[in-house]
Ligand binder design. Structure first.
Ligand SMILES: [Zn+2]
Length: 273
């Protein structure tokens, strides 16, 4: 269960690192020269929707970040949930920038932009899978990844303006805008983009759907997630998981973000009662 949270955390932090390195994948390869197209600017929030054992939809508040993540996974030749999971398991530790960030404590003064919280959480989730008695400081940084023999792939995308159903298998990058209920302007959040795509899901998508993020849902997204969960009862079991992120924010005396400026998905349009 914990492992799933590592995927959005890893993608978010990798996107941030590659953006800082202007598209170079040197955090992974250990040397400059392998690059991807990169125009990301926010690196705010990455959320994924998982269905069955092989489907993962990926969205961010900022679509530019989403397209950068696609370029990144395409370049690495990763085109299945299984391959993505293995990659995160093998290489997440290359995102730990310093021993301090891998350590047991991160001072509140160092977390003003939220980055260190996510680095710390990724490290803690990794440590939980290790033999008991070890700590996050014991995690070894793996050797650089050799990309010389990797064949690039082209993962799927889904735009919310499409009238087609989104793909129900593999890695799918979701971009675009959803319609708001009370708010027509404002920012659009990743969780709600995934829900808007879910409203057009093919009939084969029934059963359990999980939305998992690298950041606690804001009050607007939480209300929408609960609303969709209720309206889909009997057809799908929609759950959302930010428990570890929530716990860590509480530990660090950071509360849930409450904002009234985030666009709120028009429930009656997307999920008529
Ligand atoms: Zn939100």
């Amino acid at each position: 269960m914990y492992f799933d949270e590592r995927i959005p955390l890893y993608l978010n932090l990798a996107c941030r690192q590659v953006t800082r390195d202007r598209g170079d994948l040197k955090f992974l390869t250990g040397s400059s020269g392998t690059t991807v197209t990169c125009g990301g600017r926010e690196n705010q929030e990455t959320q994924v929707l998982k269905f069955g054992g092989s489907t993962i939809w990926i969205a961010n508040n900022d679509d530019t970040d989403t397209l950068m993540m696609k370029a990144f996974l395409d370049k690495l030749g990763i085109d299945s949930l299984e391959a993505l999971s293995s990659h995160v398991e093998d290489y997440a530790a290359r995102l730990y920038p310093s021993r301090k960030a891998r350590g047991e404590t991160v001072a509140k003064a160092n977390i003003s932009d939220g980055t260190a919280v996510k680095v710390k959480l990724l490290a803690e989730l990794q440590a939980e899978e290790m033999t008991s008695g070890k700590t996050v400081a014991d995690i070894e940084i793996p050797d650089p990844k050799d990309l010389t023999t990797v064949t690039a792939v082209s993962n799927k995308t889904y735009k919310l303006s499409s009238s087609n159903a989104p793909p129900a298998d593999g890695i799918v990058f979701v971009t675009g805008n959803y319609e708001g209920d009370k708010i027509t302007g404002g920012d659009q959040h990743a969780e709600q983009k995934l829900l808007a795509a879910l409203s057009k899901a093919p009939s084969t998508m029934t059963g359990a759907v999980r939305i998992i993020g690298c950041k606690s849902a804001c009050s607007t997204c939480e209300a929408v997630l609960l609303g969709v969960r209720d309206r889909l009862k009997g057809k799908m079991i929609v759950s959302f998981q930010n428990q570890n992120v929530d716990n860590l924010r509480t530990d660090l005396s950071l509360g849930k973000k409450n904002t009234s400026t985030i666009r709120d998905l028009a429930l009656d349009t997307y999920f008529p009662a």
